[in-house]
Design a protein around this ligand. Sequence first.
Ligand code: GAR
Length: 190
Amino acid sequence: MLKIALFASGNGSNAERIVRYFSDNKLDISFIIVSNRSNAFVLERAKSLGVPSYFFGKESFENGEVLKMLKENGIDGIVLAGFLLKVPDNILKAYPWRIVNIHPALLPKFGGKGMYGSRVHEAVIAAGEKKSGITIHYVNENYDEGQIIFQADCPVSPDDTADTLAAKVHELEYLHYPSVLESLFGGATN
Ligand code: GAR
């Protein structure tokens, strides 16, 4: 069995869709959900989904406590879904090529520290971009700079706001993130 930790800091709509996508046993896989915010809605979602969940403060990611928990749970890989902390070195080193992130824009543009959620969409609109989209990529020591695995785009209309653009991007995320993970996980179990 493949054991995956989903890291999420907030709402967790992607995390929920990923868990539901794999709930038909198409792969032998189980999830835990890990958040750095005690009041993150993703922790409520975990309860409703019946998925074990963990909250850890920022320092526990840095000092190895989270890594210890991942190892104790036999976690094989990590999926970031709206996770806003930088993944610390201790976890990066323990999971080389085993940590995947989704970014709500077409990297390498509009990435980097502080670029998350609506800030990304505001920057895309302010730059007058005609297209935005999603980037699924491996995670390395620099924010949003790991090797790109998959991108999909959507048009940016002149009347788009950060909210309407976020809705378009979320649709792309829901459509593609679970199936891209399926091919990665499928490869990992073969
Ligand atoms: C998603 O759009 C994800 O791409 C983005 O946060 C949102 C989380 O939504 N991630 C980043 O901006 C990371 N830089 P969700 O909590 O509803 O899945």
